[in-house]
Design a protein around this ligand. Structure first.
Ligand code: PGA
Length: 255
């Protein structure tokens, strides 16, 4: 069985350095030692350095970023480069999150960011997912297009270095309709693996992790894992130490 991974996406929270460090310390404290599951916390850029300094003595989790520039360096006002992120100890980068796509990021931008991330040996966490479901199953071609465009030009040997998070937009965040149920995830997982296999070959795709994200109900975690989820991308509940550690513990104990 492949190693599970739980990624907490803090989004644009919390509001101060102090709160971020407190939340991080409590989260790390709540993570059991000798975990088989990987835990990743993705805070806003500005907190990465102080959290990284704290983490150096603990090593119970890794740090991730919520975005990166596709440019290497230079005159790109407001951007953060992969080299800067690597320098503060970032190991993962969430790319193509639906909230960034809603701000105008497209598959071509995401593709360039994935390539930049891979070139530094850092793991991209590519978020994909349809805006809505329709009876004609057009949402499947929507997801297929996201995969094909975001992964255009990626060499076969790199596909296993990418994590995919299936996050249907209708299930993400406060205003969402509901969580996708484990069966819906399972079908989509098969579909994603098929699209990836057609492009990269079944053998290369075997190890690609597919996570679920979007209003995850803690009670449904065992069922998601039974349906072969390789872990979860968690938004709101990663800001709540009790809930986040529950997600970690249930995942760990279902292995
Ligand atoms: P949510 O967010 O868990 O708050 O629905 C998930 C995500 O945005 O990755």
């Amino acid at each position: 069985m492949s190693k599970k991974i739980i990624i907490g996406n803090w989004k644009m929270n919390p509001s101060s350095q102090r709160e971020a460090l407190d939340l991080f310390k409590l989260t790390i404290k709540a993570i059991p030692n000798k975990l088989k599951t990987d835990v990743v916390i993705c805070p806003p850029f500005i907190y990465l350095e102080s959290l990284s300094r704290f983490l150096k003595t603990k090593r119970k989790a890794s740090l991730g970023a919520q975005n990166v520039s596709w440019e290497e360096k230079g005159a790109f006002t407001g951007e953060i480069s992969m080299e800067m992120l690597k320098d503060v100890g970032v190991k993962y980068v969430i790319l193509g999150h639906s909230e960034r796509r809603a701000m105008g990021e497209n598959n071509i931008d995401i593709n360039k960011k994935i390539k930049m991330t891979l070139s530094f040996g850092i793991t991209p966490v590519l978020c994909i997912g349809e805006l809505k479901r329709d009876e004609n199953h057009e949402y499947l071609s929507f997801v297929k297009k996201q995969i094909e465009e975001c992964l255009a030009g990626i060499v076969k040997s790199s596909i296993s270095k990418i994590i995919i998070a299936y996050e249907p937009v209708w299930a993400v965040g406060k205003g969402s309709i509901r969580e996708a149920n484990p069966e819906e995830f399972h079908e989509m997982r098969i579909f994603i693996k098929k699209v990836l296999s057609d492009k990269f070959g079944a053998k290369m795709v075997e190890k690609v992790k597919i996570l679920y994200g979007g209003s995850l109900h803690i009670d449904d975690i065992p069922q998601f894992l039974k349906e072969d989820a390789d872990g979860f991308l968690v938004g709101r509940n990663s800001l709540d130490v009790k809930k986040f550690s529950e997600i970690i513990n249930i995942t760990e104990n279902s292995l």
